[in-house]
Design a protein around this ligand. Structure first.
Ligand code: MGD
Ligand code: MGD
Ligand code: MO
Length: 705
């Protein structure tokens, strides 16, 4: 059934799916002629995709055929402190060496393989090329487990604490809303296909309100923009609740029947009059009052919450508070009312994660868990009873930690350890691949089979390979299959083909696999107006204002802010957020010339009121710094930044930065309240024109806050 290999002369169309970490998970149609991809388009029939792809992914062929694709296994020559120099080696040589190095660590005795760490995230969201054969391999090996916290785990924990699962509105139902709060989301940049529905609602008369410290391109297109201080969303939500109570705007019937623990939260909300929140958030009290009234009286009222607002100390609690708003007003009652942060909980029952990843292959006692958001510190940690063995080998796939993990100074120092054995499966020589011992060429989405679920809509999708692998590239699955064989892993699951893995991923009672194979996508069974009459996936069926073990949610100030760390704020008075650049996907596409030339160069937006006293003009080189490091980039003096907050758009490859750094040189490794996540947007800095004085050089060696 699966077409591979070179085609005949006539162009043919292959049904595919966008692999990227984006809520939209588009259905794509790939046109192939003479074995080469000539065009990539959105599938016009797939409802959320609607025939449209973003600028980035319509350039996916440019990325696949990029002249700098890694197409052969490579071995490092020269020290990690020096320039990245590699020699070409054969697959057998590469895999023999890796199997020998990993095998030697594992052979030291029970638990020893925990010195090996797999590091992966969402370079592809595919269920097959993500955590299937790779997970089986590391489970059987007994390697450390990775806590995948770098993106969404604070919000996920907040949502689960409140609704019981990561469930929310149908994205298409936003078209029916009369009011939409776009909260912590630059939808035009990062959730374009939601934006189409929001536009439909707007044309039908809906009011759009954007809640975001940055005046994004999305904020420009909304009727109103509340530019709150980063990390203060919880205070805003509490004040909105205050107004709902004070002006009796609650849906008492919905609250009584479908919300648990409201009386305790009500007491807390009453301590948050709009004036108090206005002070914390940097807003006007009148804006908060107006928003509360508008939200409670518009029917249907919808909230598109996104992960931008949970990358701060109190991110998990903030999500809990915001997620309760539609439960207090009964917004869930109508089609077009409610909230969407993630829809992945709707797909979860359709996916057989255990069949894919085979956690039963793990040894007892279970290997330790290492948090991916603290990889910098963890690579530099010595063995200890609390931590376990020192990390001696890292295998990276579907991720670029040297660019994307917080506090890069520590991450780079860790990956530079000469005694660390690093294997990177990649398409390109990323900042992480530059520090590898072995680089293995991986296939792209056009070259391998996969199946996808989405966290922003409720379809599953098939991705057929459109072309044969370029050069000597292999799918992640095949690389781990071959490694398993060399390690002598005899379980028959290590022989499963990609097609077997794809079929095993989906539960036949939920997904008609044959229909998926023939059409390329299939809608999951999800109720209309899912919580119109309660029925949240919690034990009681009620949304939880008071969650066992967590209590009632609260506003938690940032790790770093004028209120929580005044001495630090005196030295580093500006808050920095580092949201995605529109034409990159995290650190993917940064090396695609046509997209990089749109983004230009690493940029820091700074408000005129902050730029003037520092003598900073647009276009000038500036140094952004704090105790963790310094990062040079170009200033853009702009009211896209609010006073007191600078925006460093991400995520550039370090090596494209003027001084070989990116914004993560400044971020820290402290975690969020829930979900053990990175708090990227909770960060204080100072900015000065030109280059920073030498005494601001960060101290070498371990340290950090
Ligand atoms: N083009 C593009 N699309 C992407 C990505 C990308 O890198 N580029 N990344 C993808 C990924 S990995 C994810 S997780 C998803 C979602 O990714 P998100 O990171 O949620 O993506 P955005 O919606 O672009 O950005 C979040 C918005 O939150 C704002 N923000 C920052 N701090 C706060 C705060 O404290 N409160 C509030 N209310 N807002 C705040 C930022 O200014 C930004 O406009 O998007 C995906 N889509
Ligand atoms: N300062 C700051 N830092 C951030 C964020 C931020 O907003 N600000 N956002 C955070 C968020 S939300 C996220 S999700 C993380 C993202 O972090 P990552 O998931 O690491 O995302 P990418 O940077 O896109 O790197 C993915 C890599 O996987 C590779 N890849 C893609 N497909 C395949 C494949 O099939 N096989 C193999 N072997 N490799 C493949 C790509 O070439 C790419 O280099 O970054 C986080 N870091
Ligand atoms: Mo993410």
């Amino acid at each position: 059934m699966i077409e591979t290999g070179p085609s005949a002369d006539a162009p043919r169309t292959v049904q595919a799916a966008c692999p990227h970490d984006c809520p939209d998970t588009c259905a794509m149609q790939v046109t192939v002629q003479d074995g080469r991809v000539v065009r990539i388009q959105g599938d016009p029939e797939h409802p959320p995709t609607h025939g449209a792809l973003c600028t980035k992914v319509s350039r996916y062929a440019e990325r696949t055929y990029h002249p700098e694709r890694v197409l052969h296994p490579l071995r490092r020559v020269g020290p990690k402190s020096g320039p990245p120099r590699f020699e070409r080696i054969g697959w057998d040589e590469a895999l023999d060496e890796i199997a020998q190095r990993l095998g030697a660590i594992a052979a030291r005795g029970p638990g020893a393989a925990q010195a090996i760490l797999p590091y992966s995230y969402a370079g592809t969201m595919g269920l097959v090329q993500g955590e299937s054969m790779a997970a089986r391999f590391f489970h059987r090996l007994g390697a450390s487990r990775l806590d995948r916290t770098i993106c969404a785990s604070a919000g996920a924990a907040g949502l689960e604490a409140t609704y019981g699962a990561k469930v929310g509105m149908h994205v298409g139902d936003f078209a029916h809303a009369r009011l939409i709060l776009i909260w912590g989301s630059n939808s035009i940049a990062s959730n374009l296909h939601f934006w189409t529905y929001a536009q439909q609602a707007k044309r039908a008369g809906a009011r759009l309100v954007c809640i975001d410290p940055r005046r994004t391109e999305t904020a420009d297109k909304c009727h109103e923009h509340l530019a709150l201080r980063p990390g203060t969303d919880g205070a805003l939500a509490l004040a909105l609740m205050h107004e709902l109570v004070a002006h009796d705007l609650l849906d008492h019937d919905y609250v009584a029947r479908h919300v648990e623990g409201w009386p305790a939260l009500r007491e807390r909300a009453l301590q948050w009059p709009p004036e108090r929140a206005a002070e914390v958030c940097g807003l006007e009290a009148a804006q908060i009052r107006d928003l509360a009234r508008a939200y409670a009286t518009a029917r249907p009222a919808a909230i598109r919450l996104n992960y931008g607002m949970q990358r701060a100390h109190g991110g998990g609690n903030a999500v809990r508070l915001v997620a309760l708003l539609p439960c207090l007003t009964g917004a869930w009652r109508e089609r077009g009312g409610g909230l969407l942060l993630s829809a992945s909980g709707w797909a979860a029952p359709a996916i057989d994660g255990a069949a894919l990843a085979r956690p039963d292959l793990m040894p007892a006692p279970l290997p330790r868990i290492v948090n991916m958001s603290t990889i910098g510190d963890d690579l530099l940690r010595e063995a200890s009873p609390g931590f376990g063995p020192r990390i001696e080998a890292v295998v990276v796939y579907n991720s670029n930690p040297v660019a994307v993990a917080p506090q890069s100074g520590r991450v780079v120092a860790g990956f530079r350890r000469e005694d660390l054995y690093t294997v990177v499966l990649e398409h390109f020589m990323t900042d992480t691949a530059d520090l590898a011992d072995i680089v293995l060429p991986a296939t792209t989405q056009l070259e391998h089979l996969d199946v996808h679920a989405s966290y922003g809509h409720t379809w599953v999708l098939l991705n057929r390979p459109a072309i044969a692998p370029l050069g000597q590239a292999l799918p992640n699955t095949e690389i781990f299959r071959r490694l398993a064989q060399r390690m002598g892993f005899a379980d028959p699951c290590f022989a499963d083909s990609d097609e077997q893995l794809a079929r095993a991923a989906l539960r036949p009672d939920r997904v008609d696999v044959d229909a998926l194979w023939s059409r390329g996508w299939q809608r999951l069974p999800v109720p209309e107006r899912p919580f119109a009459d309660g029925g949240f996936p919690t034990p009681s069926g009620k949304a939880r204002a008071d969650t066992p073990g967590l209590g009632v949610p609260d506003y938690l100030p940032n790790h770093e802010s004028a209120a929580s760390t005044p001495a630090l704020a005196a030295r580093f008075p500006l808050a920095m957020i580092s949201p995605p650049a529109r034409h990159f996907l995290n650190s993917t596409f940064v090396n695609v010339q046509s997209l990089r030339s749109i983004e230009g160069e690493p940029l820091l937006e700074i408000h005129p009121d902050d730029a003037a006293p520092r003598g900073i003009a647009s276009g000038q080189t500036v140094t952004v710094f704090n105790d963790r490091g310094r990062h040079r980039c170009r200033a853009e003096v702009s009211t896209r930044a609010r006073p007191g907050v600078v925006n460093g758009l991400g995520i550039w490859w370090r090596k494209f930065g003027p001084d070989g750094t990116n914004v993560n040189e400044l971020t820290h490794q402290r975690l969020t309240d829930l979900g053990r996540a990175a708090a990227f947007y909770d960060c204080l800095v100072e900015v000065q024109a030109g280059e920073a004085p030498a005494e601001l050089e960060p101290a070498a060696g371990p340290g950090g806050p």
